[in-house]
Design a protein around this ligand. Structure first.
Ligand SMILES: Cc1cc2nc3c(=O)[nH]c(=O)nc-3n(C[C@H](O)[C@H](O)[C@H](O)COP(=O)(O)OP(=O)(O)OC[C@H]3O[C@@H](n4cnc5c(N)ncnc54)[C@H](O)[C@@H]3O)c2cc1C
Ligand SMILES: NC(=O)c1ccc[n+]([C@@H]2O[C@H](COP(=O)([O-])OP(=O)(O)OC[C@H]3O[C@@H](n4cnc5c(N)ncnc54)[C@H](O)[C@@H]3O)[C@@H](O)[C@H]2O)c1
Length: 445
């Protein structure tokens, strides 16, 4: 049977676009996008978040230098900060669509739904493809409590024209911690409501405790072991937050930051036999769904890998190779670094500290407070700390955790060392710029 396209991709975010460009070399490809071309990361995720963070961190760096020659800390002009964000984000959807057009990749704007394993309806028409890739991403989970319509999300936060005075976040994961830091640094009173006693559960507790203290010192109030039980609104910007612990708290806005769920609504996946679970589309180790001609990638899949932009990109490129027949290997992920941009940054890569501690005969764990090292003294980052995990059987770096200003750079260095399986000698057998974050690398072994 002849299909309209070789491959149709549902979702024009980082995952879908990576697949589209890789397939386009040899195939007739269509991308369908229901909202903003470019997806979450450049429109209302990583990129706008980090534009705000960059300015906020510059202010924080001035505070760190307050006794070192910069007595006046700057203040944040939120409307100007937002204009700066828009100077980038406003161009993303049209720029992304223009890029697809220039590459000769077909595009339809509209929400897709499956009719059968090879047919979609979108924008009032039917299109067919020999293969279809589900790359529909994820969306914030809204806690199911009375008054839940009052919840706003990270998308609203990243587009706030004015900064409200009192802000709350439900959840203490990546989104809550990063946005709470931005809001607090910009002058808001910030409350975090977390149902258990852990923030950033994927990171070691000794590190998250230290970060929590830094954020508390910035004025953020953590309500741990606290369930938000109801919201009620009065007027446009007043929300009363009831909890099972304390008296109700009056805020101007509350954000749901309690995780993200896969975007599968309306796709009719059960109707065509694609298996799903609450975490996402079920895939095998070739990212194939229960229907062999349909693949799924990125934030939309139920796979125990981090939900990050580089991961979606890796999966998009991998699926393209499967479809083109240039590889039949099961997917293997490289060491994937994670960073919470929390001012300072909390980052890790490789084997977890918990796993390493359970195998002391195999792993050597070295923990170093580095706030007084030249690099960190120079930027007045008194709290800087790094833990390295070395595999004693071969002398290679197996993992690293760090809390530091500019940890994103250090974790990239560690990530490269782990990815290339370098021994301590090999890893330090190069000449980085001195003085720089990288020039400290040899001292961590
Ligand atoms: C606030 C925030 C900050 C983040 N910061 C970082 C960070 O610093 N670093 C990092 O690596 N990751 C970060 N992430 C995560 C990152 O944004 C995601 O992992 C990444 O965007 C996932 O890419 P994706 O292509 O799988 O999905 P998405 O980017 O979500 O793209 C999916 C697209 O599919 C479209 N779609 C959905 N359903 C349909 C349908 N039925 N028909 C047509 N189109 C549809 C959606 O509109 C969307 O555009 C952040 C996320 C958030 C929310
Ligand atoms: N810097 C980055 O790379 C970055 C930044 C933002 C988001 N992301 C990605 O987006 C994903 C989603 O982020 P997120 O912060 O929404 O999710 P998350 O899974 O990181 O954190 C969710 C938090 O909400 C808590 N929670 C869950 N239900 C709750 C409830 N009913 N009441 C109170 N607390 C509750 C959880 O215990 C957890 O602390 C991340 O896991 C990450 O993959 C990455």
């Amino acid at each position: 049977m002849a299909y309209d396209y070789d491959t149709i991709i549902i979702g024009g975010g980082p995952g879908g676009l990576a697949a589209a460009y890789a397939l386009n070399r040899a195939q007739k490809v269509l991308v369908v996008e229901g909202n903003l071309w470019g997806g979450t990361c450049p429109n209302f995720g990583c990129d706008p978040k980090k534009m705000l963070y960059g300015v906020i961190e510059t202010k924080r760096q001035a505070v760190r230098y307050q006794n070192s020659g910069l007595p006046e800390a700057p203040t944040v002009d939120w409307p100007a900060l937002m204009r700066f964000k828009h100077s980038y984000t406003d161009k993303i959807p049209t720029g992304t669509a223009a890029g697809l057009k220039a590459a000769g990749i077909a595009q339809i704007h509209g929400r897709a739904s499956f009719v059968d394993a090879h047919t979609l309806t979108v924008a009032g028409q039917q299109v067919t493809g020999a293969q279809i890739i589900i790359a529909t991403g994820a969306t914030p989970t809204i806690p199911d409590i009375p008054g839940k319509d009052a919840f706003q999300t990270s998308t609203d936060f990243l587009d706030l024209p004015h900064l409200p005075k009192k802000i709350g976040f439900v959840g203490a994961g990546y989104v809550a911690i990063e946005l709470a830091n931005i809001a607090a640094e910009a002058g808001a009173e910030v409350h975090i409501f977390q149902h258990n006693n852990r923030l950033l559960r994927g990171f070691p507790q000794e590190y998250t405790d230290k970060l929590k203290k830094i954020l508390t010192d910035k004025g953020i109030t953590f309500h741990m072991n606290t369930n938000v039980t109801a919201l009620s609104t009065s007027g446009e910007d007043q929300v009363t937050v009831s909890t099972d612990i304390s008296a109700p708290i009056n805020l101007n806005v509350i954000y749901a930051a309690a995780g993200r769920r896969p975007n599968l609504d309306g796709l009719n996946l059960p109707g065509i036999g694609v298996d799903t679970k609450p975490q996402g589309v079920e895939v095998d180790d070739h990212l194939r769904t229960s229907v062999p001609t349909i693949y799924a990638i990125g934030d939309a899949i139920a796979k125990n890998v981090p939900k990050l932009t580089p991961v979606s990109g890796i999966e998009g490129g991998y699926v393209a190779k499967q479809i083109l027949g240039t590889s039949n290997e099961p997917i293997r992920y490289p060491a994937i670094p994670h960073t919470v941009f929390a001012g300072p940054e909390l980052a890790q890569v490789g084997i977890s500290l918990d796993a390493a501690k359970q195998q002391p005969e195999r792993y050597r764990v070295s923990d170093q407070e580095i706030g007084q090292w030249y690099t960190y003294h120079r930027i007045q980052d008194d709290n800087a700390r790094v833990t390295t995990i070395v595999d004693k059987t071969n002398g290679k770096l197996a993992g690293a955790i760090m809390l530091a200003v500019n940890a994103e750079e250090l974790v990239n260095d560690f990530s490269e060392i782990i990815t290339h399986g370098e021994s301590a000698d090999e890893a330090t057998n190069w000449t980085p710029i001195y003085p720089s974050v990288s020039s400290d690398l040899s001292y961590f072994y």
